[in-house]
Design a protein around this ligand. Sequence first.
Ligand code: ITT
Length: 190
Amino acid sequence: MKIVLATSNPNKVHEINEMIAGRGIEFILPPEGFDPVENGETFEENSLIKAKAAWEISKTWTLADDSGLCIDALGGKPGIHSARYAETPQKRIDRVLRELVGVEDRTAHFECCMTLINPQGNVEKVVKGICEGSIAYEQRGEHGFGYDPVFLLKDSDKTMAELTDDEKNKISHRSKALRGILEYLSINAR
Ligand code: ITT
């Protein structure tokens, strides 16, 4: 079974395919022309916008993921603006570290909302996944992507970027949401 993953981020396709390896499902990038305007105000709204946009051009099973980093001391920012918080991944990390200079409460979480649309264009399932942690004082680790090097896992001294792909895939916000989707599709999740 092939499912279009409504994203233009190949890292997400790679990560999700690693999580479901051997289950007879393959996630693929949308056909050319996928360019949704992510103007929703929540992860749920943006995930629905992306799912619908990919369904419009593929007319098949479609899964969208909208995710981001929410930092308590910044009132939940960067949140839905995580991908656009600055020009490059490194500048986005730098901005977060700069905004937290002198801040002691550094609790944060990654959030992911997934929306599954069937070939008829109806929403089949919406699932949310959360991964709790805090923001480190400096970046560490080479794995993962995005804010992983500054995201300290709860009850651990490691950043998300210090985990192997396999370790991240067991605990991430995205894997938690995906498990709900796989359960819905009646496939045993890990
Ligand atoms: P699409 O919209 O095309 O799916 P995107 O990367 O812009 O790609 P989002 O709108 O969902 O995806 O934005 C998510 C951003 O949040 C992403 O670019 C990262 O900066 C951050 N993010 C999400 N999940 C993450 C993870 O597992 N590790 C690190 N950063 C993550």
